[in-house]
Design a protein around this ligand. Structure first.
Ligand SMILES: [Zn+2]
Length: 288
């Protein structure tokens, strides 16, 4: 996400908005619309209340067979808690924002007051040199991303971080600037509502090749870096959070650059079964 937008970008954004389905993770893609009238955007929440949005068990799943497509949540993936079931289409605030496996998406928001307490600067290359907010990650994710980068390097793949943590305040400022410009309804179509960007967890990071090309852009897909990540991210506890062909479930088009730390066990299960985090928790699709 470029907080300061160049004037000329607005034209491009208008074009992008007309072309793309969803707003992603924060970088360029965040200014693309999430609810344009494409087929995949017509999926809405089911009539049943959302009961396990975002509330993630601290215990790792013990019932791997139960998490695919049954209508009811398996015990391990059921909500630990008890947020009030959301009305259809309403955004629900997650009960355990600090959980490593927290589900944050367009239907499940972090509390506005949430700020991770263990943010650090991972010792990896970024596409910029400043020590600023978007370089930070939570400690466990920072350690894991360092290992992932090192593992990639051993395989001849040189990665660079593009954008990691983003505070609620930053997301709010960005979103409000769009609201001011376009009104809230329109702003929601191309920018994440504060609290609903996964980058606010401190567990997500956008990465690219060390040449910096295609940073958080569609052209990253199919690169050797993207292919390596698809194959190996789970070995380090990360998932490619917005896989290809799952926009109707995640609410986001394919973002091969957006990694989310969920821990080794969950990551491996999600990868081996070709799931999304939403499917893992058996929540309703969030695309809208
Ligand atoms: Zn992202």
């Amino acid at each position: 996400m470029k907080v300061q937008m160049k004037a000329k970008s607005y034209v491009s954004i208008a074009i992008l908005m007309a072309l793309f389905l969803v707003a992603g993770c924060g970088n360029k893609s965040e200014v693309t619309p999430s609810n344009s009238p494409s087929p995949t955007a017509t999926v809405t929440a089911s009539p049943s209340p959302i009961v396990n949005g975002g509330i993630t068990p601290e215990a790792t799943p013990t019932t791997p067979a139960a998490v695919t497509s049954k209508p009811s949540a398996s015990p391990s993936a059921s909500p630990a808690a008890s947020t009030t079931p959301a009305k259809n289409g309403a955004i629900q605030v997650v009960a355990k924002p600090e959980s490593i496996t927290v589900l944050v998406n367009k239907m499940n928001s972090l509390p506005s007051s949430y700020e991770p307490t263990d943010l650090v600067y991972p010792n990896i290359a970024f596409t910029f040199t400043e020590k600023i907010e978007k370089r930070k990650m939570r400690q466990v994710a920072a350690t894991a991303i360092e290992k992932l980068f090192a593992g990639a390097s051993k395989d001849g793949i040189q990665l660079a971080g593009v954008s990691a943590y983003r505070s609620y305040a930053t997301q709010k400022a960005v979103f409000q600037s769009y609201v001011k410009k376009d009104g809230e309804e329109k702003a929601k179509t191309y920018s994440a509502v504060p609290g609903t960007s996964e980058h606010e967890t401190g567990l997500a990071i956008d990465v690219t090749g060390s040449n910096g090309k295609c940073a958080a852009e569609d052209c990253f897909g199919g690169t050797k870096e993207a292919l390596w990540l698809e194959k190996h991210a789970a070995e380090y506890g990360f998932i490619v959070r917005y896989p290809q062909g799952k926009a109707a479930i995640t609410g986001y088009q394919y973002e091969p650059w957006h990694l989310r730390y969920v821990g080794l066990d969950v990551a491996k299960e999600i990868q081996s079964k070709n799931l999304t985090l939403e499917e893992y928790y058996q929540t309703v699709p969030v695309a809208k």
